[in-house]
Design a protein. Structure first.
Length: 255
C-alpha cells in the first residue's frame, strides 16, 4: 500500500523513508517509517497539505517534527494540527510558528521513539537560533534540514541574542562532522539526498573558512549590524540637535 504512493525514496531492513517535494521553494518533506511497527513521523509540514495528509493517513504518521521555523517549512502546519497531528518544534524557533501554532517542544538532547527507531535530536543553530537535525544511529540516517545542503549553503540569520550566528553555524558543522563517518545517507530539506556527509561538511568549511569567503555568509549579519549602527548614530544626532536647540532657547530667554 505504501509503495503505491510512488514516494518511497530509501529503505533498509529497519525503516522506510518517503519523500515528496512541495511548494514554491521545492521543499523536501520526509516521512520516516519503522518497518517493524508501521509507526511514522513527518519531517517539516512545508506546503501542499492535501498531499501531506494523504501521506500521513497511508503511512501511519503520528506526529510532525519541524527542523526549524522558517516560513517555507511551516505552511501546512495549521492543516496538520486541524487533522489531529501533534506538531513539535524547538523552543526558540517556536516563536516563528506563532501564527500557525504548535503543540510541544523538542529538547536539545532528546531521543524520539518512532516504533523501534530512535531519532536523536541534534541542536544545530546558525541558520536559525534553534535549528534541529535528527539522526538514527542504527540506520545511519541523518535528517539535516537546512543545516547541511548538498550543493548550496543556507542563509545565516542576522543578529540574535544567542551570539554570532556564523560562529554557531560553524560549530554546528563541526558537531555533524564529528560523527559523519556513521552517516549512511543525509536527507536535506532542499535538494537531493546525499551520502558524502563528511565531505560536504568539509567543503562548506573550506569554501567559507577564509576571511574573504566567510564575509559572504556574514553579509546579512553585517548588513543588519550596519543598519543598527546608522540608526544609533541618527538617534544620537537627533538628541544632540534637541539638546542644542534647548540650550539656544534658554540662552535667548535670558538675553
Amino acid at each position: 500500500m505504501a509503495s503505491s504512493l510512488g514516494t518511497l525514496h530509501y529503505f533498509d531492513h529497519n525503516l522506510q523513508v518517503h519523500r515528496v517535494v512541495v511548494g514554491p521553494y521545492a521543499n523536501n518533506v520526509f516521512v520516516v517509517r519503522c518497518l517493524h511497527t508501521g509507526e511514522a513521523v513527518l519531517i517539516d509540514a512545508a506546503n501542499e497539505h492535501e498531499k501531506l495528509l494523504e501521506l500521513c493517513t497511508t503511512l501511519g504518521v503520528t506526529k510532525v517534527l519541524e527542523t526549524h521555523g522558517h516560513h517555507d517549512h511551516i505552511q501546512a502546519v495549521p492543516a496538520m494540527r486541524e487533522a489531529g497531528y501533534e506538531v513539535a518544534v524547538m523552543n526558540e524557533d517556536a516563536k516563528m510558528l506563532a501564527d500557525v501554532g504548535y503543540d510541544v517542544f523538542i529538547d536539545h538532547a532528546e531521543v524520539i521513539e518512532v516504533g523501534r527507531l530512535r531519532l536523536h535530536t541534534l541542536h544545530t543553530p546558525g541558520h536559525t537560533a534553534d535549528h534541529l537535525c535528527l539522526f538514527d544511529p542504527e540506520t545511519g540516517t541523518l535528517l539535516s534540514g537546512d543545516h547541511v545542503l548538498p550543493t548550496i549553503t543556507p542563509h545565516i540569520s542576522g543578529l540574535t541574542a544567542h551570539g554570532d550566528p556564523l560562529t554557531l553555524f560553524f560549530d554546528s558543522l563541526d558537531k555533524i562532522g564529528a560523527f559523519s563517518s556513521q552517516v549512511k545517507v543525509s536527507l536535506p530539506a532542499h535538494g537531493t539526498p546525499f551520502t558524502n556527509t563528511g565531505e560536504r561538511v568539509q567543503q562548506i568549511k573550506d569554501q567559507y573558512g577564509n576571511d574573504e569567503n566567510r564575509s559572504k555568509l556574514e553579509l546579512p549579519f553585517h548588513a543588519e549590524a550596519f543598519v543598527q549602527r546608522i540608526l544609533k548614530e541618527l538617534q544620537e544626532a537627533v538628541d544632540h540637535q534637541k539638546s542644542t536647540a534647548d540650550e539656544l532657547m534658554k540662552a535667548s530667554a535670558t538675553a
